[in-house]
Ligand binder design. Sequence first.
Ligand SMILES: [Zn+2]
Length: 155
Amino acid sequence: MARPKGSKLSAEHRAKISQALLGNTYALGNKFTEEAKIKLSIARSGKGNVMYGKHHTEATKEKISRHNLESGHSRGINNPNWKGDNVEYSALHAWIRRHLSKPELCENCHENKRLVAANITGVYSRDFSNWKYICYRCHNYMDKTVNNLKYFKGN
Ligand SMILES: [Zn+2]
């Protein structure tokens, strides 16, 4: 509504504007919108990524792979025997590594590769029949398979 220059808004009018602005939460918390997230994601992939054009050395890849395996990267809380920091599991695994003699070849694919003691039954005991020495590749594969089986059994 047009009003004379210099005139003040009525107290009632000001109260109305104040009330209307209270519900305005635009930019509240300054979160990224879904669109902004997608744009960022695109910007950081390919040439925008810090790893673009660079590659990990074989030694680094090996290190990452070993770390992921030893830290239980793909097991963790998905494992039914997981108890917090899982000291029992670590101790058992160490015991198995010390007492179960390591074969020359992977017991799964029979290739001559770096081997790791793996639990193959989901039964975490000192019974050697629950364990096998397999290569890292088979270990990764088996972890996924075991998780799938658990999933389909509804555990
Ligand atoms: Zn293998």
